[in-house]
Design a protein around this ligand. Structure first.
Ligand SMILES: NC(=O)c1ccc[n+]([C@@H]2O[C@H](COP(=O)([O-])OP(=O)(O)OC[C@H]3O[C@@H](n4cnc5c(N)ncnc54)[C@H](O)[C@@H]3O)[C@@H](O)[C@H]2O)c1
Length: 271
């Protein structure tokens, strides 16, 4: 269903790799709600993914950018403003990657140049995106910037590895930069802390299947899907949430406030 919530709004969507990506679903929902946007991803992801199909279906231009490169980001923002015909109203940062996770190094045996790469891609890039938008004065007043996080920023999920630290860093950047963006440009900045979701990044985490089933059983509303996340993001891009900023917003069917559920108790009682 469409409510026209983003009619006339312009944006940049980072991180749509394939149809499972949270950014992919968000782009589809933003399009349905009347928003126009530029799609962007790392040049290497362009070769692996299917972003062209999404661009065609939503009438969007693709501008490749490595989100860790200031030069790429400066070009991206300049071009996006030009292509879209005005300042930016919404930005989705949907980017995450840990080389330690990818290569199966445990949290207690990190290779630190991989650790550094992971935090640059997963968290530093968020600061860079915002700094470029801020310096170019490219955001409209009452614009909205959202990044995606996970609850391992607050609680221990051993196999989430150094991504836990990257997400804590990301959430802190949202608060710190959100202050300046709010004070100086009336722009809001939030993170959404999303349920485990079966995407390329999600499934890359060791033990993901156990993880997602456990969360499903613990959450009174069940896990939030990628589409649910897209809908929530649309609400944060809309004018209905203008005074929400500096928040880490849990979007997880209630998981983050649970101690134990009947379904999980049952599994232990049956043993
Ligand atoms: N899947 C989950 O369980 C889950 C849960 C909570 C939060 N998240 C977060 O949601 C976001 C989106 O991930 P997803 O689950 O949709 O997986 P995904 O693999 O579809 O998306 C990750 C994206 O990051 C992009 N990326 C990696 N390096 C980049 C770089 N240098 N420059 C630009 N883009 C780069 C990838 O190309 C990809 O499009 C991530 O921040 C992820 O941590 C995911």
């Amino acid at each position: 269903m469409s409510y026209g919530l983003l009619k006339g709004k312009r944006g940049i969507i980072f991180g749509a790799l394939d149809e499972n990506s949270i950014a992919w679903k968000t782009a589809q929902r933003v399009h349905e709600e009347g928003g126009s946007f530029v799609l962007t991803n790392a040049p290497i992801a362009m070769r692996m993914g299917t972003i062209n199909q999404l661009a065609e279906a939503t009438g969007s231009k693709i501008i490749p950018a490595d989100a860790t490169s200031l030069e790429d980001l400066e070009k991206l923002v300049n071009e996006a403003v030009e292509v879209l015909g005005g300042k930016i109203d919404f930005v989705l940062h949907s980017i995450g990657m840990s080389v330690n996770v990818r290569k199966g190094r445990s949290y207690t045996d990190q290779k630190y140049d991989w650790t550094a790469k992971g935090w640059d891609v997963s968290a530093g890039s968020f600061h860079k995106v915002m700094q470029v938008l801020y310096k170019q004065d490219a955001m409209s007043e009452w614009g909205s910037i959202v990044a995606l996080s996970y609850m391992a920023a607050q609680r221990v999920f051993p196999d989430y590895n150094d991504m836990a630290d990257n997400k804590a860093f990301l959430e802190s950047i949202a608060r710190s930069f959100g202050y300046f963006f709010g004070r100086d440009k009336k722009v809001r900045v939030n993170t959404i802390s999303q349920s485990p979701t079966p995407t390329t990044a999600g499934k890359g985490v060791k033990g993901f299947d156990g993880f997602i089933s456990y969360a499903e059983k613990m959450s009174p509303l069940g896990n939030a899907s990628a589409l649910d996340c897209a809908n929530y993001t649309v609400s944060l891009f809309s004018d209905l949430t203008r005074k929400v900023t500096l928040q880490n917003l849990f979007h997880d069917g209630g998981f983050s406030n649970m101690g134990v559920s009947d379904a999980v108790m049952q599994a232990f009682e049956d043993q």
